[in-house]
Structures are given as structure tokens and as C-alpha cells.
Design a protein around this ligand. Structure first.
Ligand code: 5RP
Length: 292
């Protein structure tokens, strides 16, 4: 314990130096509380403002998805290359050793699988468990324009409400309703609806035409899913275009862990997302790294 007497007098008050009051630069995030900003800063690199999230939560609706049969063999070698891991609490506790110190985007909505009717979800993981797992974000799916729209917006709202109470951001995940086109008009509307309801980060899909209107119309950071597996160069092009048109990162799964060389792929994606490399350079990097 510090002594009460005999200490050096305090004198370094920097009288002529204005106290700095820096703006928190992540899109739309300046007015959050400290804990929420701290969690967001773990996900979004404060230097580039971007993130490479590795999504491997597919099993919660699909079971042992190709590339995720053995998380210990396929995902653990990728962990150190990711800025954030998006997964379920089941996989996190059973397969991911708590030594990597990577931020977690925890899948918190649950309720149906590909065998029945997708998107009929509830909040499956409450905030107490998210905090116990030291989650940096809680992910909730919303089906804008589908049968479960109202239900899933209620789920999102409830998670955001508890998230604000404890300083944990919510990642709103846009699930495209069965009859909806994945175009800029729809994705822009869905993303905006999630942000208006308070999602601090929105996950959506890239679209070829007008994606810049999706990002411009969304007041918080957008991360894009990779979607179904496509050739590696095309996936790198998707990441490049998304970032170039205003996305703050990728939340990519199958196009990384189903790539022929997943470790090379995630590093090539990083080069685009964080280092502004071109698709040509990133693809060359992929080809160089795959032989190492
Ligand atoms: C499903 C998800 C998945 O995490 C996401 O779609 C996975 O990414 P990818 O499409 O790149 O495999 O959020 O709702």
C-alpha cells in the first residue's frame, strides 16, 4: 500500500498541453461505451480499420460440413491468421484451446437445421454464457423479408438490449429470405434494418452491382460472408471488391477452409483486407504460399 507521507509532490500537469480526446474511428461507433469500443477494437484492427473473421459456425445448421469434420485438424492451423473466430459455444469449448487470445464472435441464435425449416430461431445462448466465454461479439441471424422476420428481429433486439447492458456488441447476420434476390436493393435494406435496430456490426453478402450503396446506406461496419465455395481467385476478387466498395472486412468460411490450401488462402485474404493488395498480388501470394 502507498505511504500517506514523504512522497514526491505531483508536478507534471502538462499545463500548456491540451488534453487529447481522440475520436473512435470505426464507422458509426464513436458514441458507444468504453467496453464496447474495446471489444470492437479487438475485432477490427485499429490501424487498417478492417478485419478477417474466420467463420466456422456452419455445423449448427448443417452438421459436419465439408472442411469442418475435424476442427482440430482444419481450423486450428488457421486460427493465428484470423482476427476473429466466429463459432458456436459447443465448438469453442470442445475444440478451441483457450490459449490463442483471439476475439470470438459467438453464434447466439439457434433453433433449426437444414433438415427442417431454416431461420425459425430463438436466442440459444444468453449473455451470461457469452461473457463467461469472453466473447467480443454476439451473432444473431435475422431473416428480413421472410416468414421469420418478426421473430428474428425480436431476437436481435433482445440481444442488443442485453449487449448494451454489459458492453458487448451484437453482429446482425442477414439471412436472405427464400424468395429474395441477393441484390443491392435487398441487401441494402436488410443491412440498414439491422443497423437501425442497433446491431453494431452487420454481416451480409457481396453483390456484383451496387454494393457501394449497401455499405453507404449502412451506418455501421459491414463484413461480408464468402458464400458457397468458388475458385480461389474469384474468392479473392470478391474480398477485394467488397473492401474496395466500403466493407470493413470479411467473415469468410467455406472459401477459406474448403480452399485447396486453406492456410495460404487466409493469408492471401489478409493481404487484400489489411494491406490493400490487388487480386493479382494476393493470388500470386496464394500460389507461393501453397508450396511452403
Ligand atoms: C450463416 C453464417 C455463416 O457463418 C456464414 O455464412 C459462413 O460464411 P461463408 O458463407 O463464407 O461460408 O453466418 O448464417
Amino acid at each position: 500500500m502507498a505511504e500517506a507521507t514523504g512522497n514526491i509532490d505531483a508536478s507534471s500537469f502538462g499545463i500548456d498541453i491540451p488534453v487529447s480526446n481522440p475520436v473512435y474511428e470505426l464507422k458509426g461507433s464513436n458514441n458507444y461505451d468504453w467496453g464496447m469500443k474495446d471489444r470492437l477494437s479487438r475485432v477490427f484492427n485499429p490501424t487498417s480499420g478492417h478485419t478477417v473473421m474466420l467463420a466456422f459456425d456452419h455445423g449448427y445448421i448443417m452438421g459436419p460440413t465439408s472442411g469442418l469434420e475435424r476442427i482440430d485438424l482444419s481450423i486450428l492451423p488457421l486460427v493465428n491468421h484470423a482476427d476473429c473466430l466466429m463459432c458456436t459455444r459447443g465448438i469453442l469449448r470442445s475444440c478451441i484451446p483457450p490459449v490463442h487470445n483471439k476475439p470470438i464472435a459467438l453464434r447466439c441464435s439457434a433453433g433449426s437445421t437444414v433438415l427442417t425449416e431454416l431461420n425459425d430461431e430463438c436466442i440459444g445462448v444468453e449473455i451470461e454464457d457469452a461473457l463467461r466465454l469472453n466473447a467480443s461479439m454476439m451473432a444473431v441471424m435475422v431473416e428480413v423479408g421472410g416468414k421469420y422476420e418478426a421473430l428474428t428481429i425480436r431476437n436481435l433486439s433482445r440481444m442488443i438490449e442485453t449487449g448494451y447492458r454489459y458492453g458487448v456488441p451484437t453482429l446482425g447476420v442477414t439471412a436472405v429470405g427464400r424468395d429474395m434476390a441477393r441484390d443491392a436493393r435487398y441487401l441494402g435494406m436488410a443491412s440498414r434494418v439491422l443497423a437501425e435496430n442497433g446491431a453494431q456490426v452487420v454481416k451480409t453478402y457481396y453483390c456484383e452491382d451496387g454494393f457501394e450503396t449497401v455499405t453507404a446506406g449502412c451506418p455501421v461496419p459491414i463484413v461480408v460472408a464468402g458464400g458457397k465455395k468458388i475458385p480461389e481467385r474469384d474468392a479473392l476478387n470478391l474480398a477485394y471488391r467488397a473492401i474496395d466498395l466500403g466493407a470493413a472486412g470479411v467473415d469468410m468460411g467455406r472459401n477459406i477452409f474448403q480452399a485447396e490450401h486453406p492456410q495460404a488462402m487466409i493469408q492471401a485474404v489478409r493481404a487484400i483486407v489489411h494491406d490493400s493488395q490487388t487480386v493479382d498480388v494476393a493470388y500470386e501470394m496464394y500460389n507461393d504460399l501453397k508450396d511452403t
